[in-house]
Design a protein around this ligand. Structure first.
Ligand code: SAH
Length: 345
C-alpha cells in the first residue's frame, strides 16, 4: 500500500526528497498546494514531470471520504461522518463563531477510556487514527466549507475533543499538530490548538518535552475521588492528584492557561459543595474553567442540570476568582455536541 502524503510533516517530506535526489524546492510547492491552497488535484505547475511521477507512484493523496453531513438547523454547526479506508467511521464537528469556525477533531476510532457520561466510550477502542486521518478531517471540512459556504472557509481553532483520547495516540496527534502549526503547512497559531485529555498520565509525561506549546485541557468533572472514579474509570489508575502534579509542571507562555473542563450533571456533581471543592483545588493555578452542562444521548444514565444550578456553580467559582465560562451547547439537534459522538452505526 502507498504511504499517505498527509502522514508526512515538513522535515519528513524534505527527507524523502533528498533521499530520492529530487529538487528540494518540491517540498515547499507540495505543502503549499495541499495545505495552504488545499486543492484536491495534484499541482502540476513548477514541478518537474519526474518529481510528479515519483510522488504519484509512491504516495497516496486521497483523504477520508465524507459519508454524511448533518447541518444543524438551530445554529451553523456541521457534523461530518467520515469513512476511512477500512470502513471504520469517525466524526468531526465544525463549530461556528461569527463567520469563522472551530473544528473538533477525532483522534481514535472509538475510545478506551470508557467514561460513564460519554457516548463515544460505549464503542470501545477500535484503533488509533493515523496522522493523515487527523489532518484529513481538517482538509475535508475546509473543502466542504469552500464549496458549500463560500467565503466562510476559515477554520481558526482546532480542538482535539472529538472521539478518542488524544494522549493515548500521542505520536499521530503530535505529528498532526506539527503539520497544522507549520508555516509551510496550514500555519495555525500555537495558541489556537487545544488538546483535551481525560488525564492519561503516560501522555502527560511526554507532554512538556515533546508537544510544541499547544494548549492543554483536562476533563476534570469532579474533585472528589469516588465521583471521578465513577465518571472517568482511568482515575483509579491515574488519580487526579498525580495528574495535577504533571500538569502543574508544564511550562506556560504568558497569557497561556490550562483549561479545566467540568461537565455538570444534575444531582451528581452540580452542588455548591462540589463547586467549593473544585474552586479550592484550582485556586492559584493558571486555570480557566469550562462548565459544560451534560448533553444527553440515547440511553444515557445522567441528566442535564437546571440553569439555576449552573449559574450558582459559576457564582461559587467566581468567588475563587477563577475565570469560568459556561459552554453553550451547539449542534445538539444533530448529536454533534460534546460527548454525543458515536459512529458505530
Ligand atoms: N478524551 C478527551 C477528549 C474527548 S472529550 C477528554 O476526555 O478530554 C471532549 C470533552 O467532551 C471532554 O471534556 C468530555 O468530558 C466532554 N464530554 C463527553 N461526554 C459529554 C457529555 N455527554 N456531555 C457533555 N460533555 C461531554
Amino acid at each position: 500500500m502507498k504511504q499517505s502524503f498527509y502522514d508526512l510533516n515538513y522535515p519528513d517530506l524534505e527527507a524523502v526528497i533528498s533521499q530520492n535526489n529530487l529538487n528540494p524546492s518540491v517540498a515547499a510547492i507540495l505543502f503549499n498546494w495541499h495545505y495552504k491552497k488545499k486543492e484536491s488535484i495534484q499541482c502540476r505547475d513548477n514541478i518537474s514531470k519526474s518529481s510528479l511521477a515519483f510522488f504519484e507512484q509512491y504516495f497516496d493523496f486521497s483523504l477520508p471520504e465524507i459519508n454524511l453531513v448533518h447541518e444543524s438547523s438551530k445554529d451553523r454547526t456541521v457534523k461530518f461522518l467520515f469513512k476511512l479506508k477500512d470502513n471504520h467511521k469517525v466524526e468531526t464537528v465544525l463549530i461556528p463563531f461569527n463567520n469563522k469556525y472551530s473544528i473538533c477533531l477525532s483522534s481514535q476510532v472509538g475510545c478506551a477510556m470508557n467514561c460513564s457520561f460519554c457516548f463515544t466510550g460505549e464503542q470501545g477502542l477500535k484503533r488509533n487514527l493515523a496522522t493523515s486521518e487527523i489532518v484529513g478531517q481538517f482538509l475535508q471540512a475546509w473543502r466542504w466549507l469552500a464549496s458549500n459556504r463560500p467565503g466562510e472557509e476559515r477554520i481558526l481553532n482546532i480542538v482535539f475533543m472529538g472521539q478518542g483520547e488524544p494522549l493515548h495516540n500521542f505520536d499521530a496527534v503530535k505529528k498532526a499538530c506539527e503539520i497544522f502549526l507549520s508555516q509551510r503547512g496550514t500555519s495555525i497559531g500555537v495558541q489556537k490548538i487545544t488538546i483535551s485529555t481525560a488525564g492519561y498520565i503516560p501522555g502527560l509525561k511526554r507532554w512538556s518535552q515533546e508537544t510544541p506549546g499547544v494548549n492543554l485541557a483536562l476533563s476534570l468533572h469532579s474533585p472528589f475521588t469516588e465521583k471521578r472514579n465513577e465518571l472517568i474509570p482511568i482515575n483509579k489508575k491515574y488519580p487526579l492528584a498525580e495528574v495535577l502534579t504533571y500538569i502543574d509542571a508544564i511550562p506556560l507562555q504568558k497569557k497561556q492557561f490550562i483549561t479545566y473542563e467540568y461537565i455538570l450533571i444534575k444531582g451528581f456533581n452540580d452542588s455548591p459543595d462540589d463547586a467549593k471543592k473544585l474552586g479550592a483545588l484550582l485556586a492559584g493555578k493558571r486555570a480557566y474553567i469550562n462548565l459544560i452542562p451534560f448533553n444527553p444521548f440515547p440511553g444515557s444514565r445522567y441528566e442535564s442540570p437546571d440553569l439555576d444550578e449552573v449559574e450558582n456553580f459559576k457564582a461559587v467559582l467566581d468567588e475563587f476568582r477563577i475565570p469560568t465560562l459556561i459552554r453553550g451547547t451547539k449542534g445538539d439537534d444533530v448529536l454533534a455536541a460534546c460527548g454525543q459522538l458515536n459512529s458505530k452505526n
